[in-house]
Design a protein around this ligand. Structure first.
Ligand SMILES: Cc1cc2nc3c(=O)[nH]c(=O)nc-3n(C[C@H](O)[C@H](O)[C@H](O)COP(=O)(O)O)c2cc1C
Length: 194
């Protein structure tokens, strides 16, 4: 398994900063990233940040066209330490839940599930309909981790980046990748981790 390589999927939900921070953090940690960005994710970068889509793609090791089904990522044989869809739109969640892989991001997620590789979905939507909740249950039962973009506050974040880093740190925790993105509860005191 390629322990040093993760797939990062950016879909068109609010909270694109979480995906950008993951790419930045992965780079800082020496991880390789294979990025797939949907067309609407590129729009969200323009809507929600001062960065351009090109500046975001420059953070990744490799970038894959979201409709290139000839990409190595379209095969279950592509080895990686995990895939993270962040942010994960309800449309992309529905695609994963149904196995409806009509773009490369969905196909790569489908492959992660069938190959039993870690798949982390980071939804931001609120409130959630019963359809959203059922789709989350379906993907969780299929082996994915639903990690809502709901940052904690016990580490006293000082700014938006501090909030985003808590969520990104939780994503890296799921992938068993060491990091110092947030101060853990009672770190060094032996307290339980919330
Ligand atoms: C400004 C804006 C914010 C959006 N925020 C969300 C969101 O937080 N969650 C969501 O599921 N969809 C959101 N959408 C709708 C998705 O972009 C839309 O469902 C799209 O089909 C998602 O496509 P994708 O998953 O292929 O990127 C938003 C759209 C816009 C324009």
């Amino acid at each position: 398994m390629a322990k040093n390589r993760i797939i990062v999927g950016l879909s068109g939900a609010s909270g694109i900063i979480y995906g950008i921070r993951l790419l930045e953090a992965a780079r800082g940690l020496g991880l390789e990233t294979d990025l797939i960005m949907t067309d609407i994710a590129a729009k969200m970068i323009e809507i929600e940040t001062d960065m351009s889509p090109d500046e975001v793609t420059a953070l990744a090791t490799r970038v894959h066209d979201s409709f290139d089904f000839t990409s190595p990522l379209a095969s279950g044989g592509f080895s990686h330490a995990g895939m993270v869809v962040v942010p994960c739109s309800m449309k992309t969640l529905a695609g994963v839940a149904c196995g409806f892989a009509d773009n490369l991001l969905l196909r790569a997620a489908d492959c992660a599930l069938k190959e039993h590789r870690p798949l982390v979905l980071v939804p931001r939507e609120t409130p959630l309909s019963s359809i959203h909740l059922k789709n989350m249950l379906i993907v969780a039962e299929a082996g994915a981790v639903i990690l809502p973009a709901s940052p904690g506050f016990y580490h006293r974040p000082r700014d938006i980046q501090g909030l985003a880093d808590h969520v990104v740190g939780k994503v890296l925790d799921v992938l068993s990748i060491e990091h110092h993105l947030y101060r853990r509860w009672r770190e060094g005191e032996g307290g339980d981790q919330p």
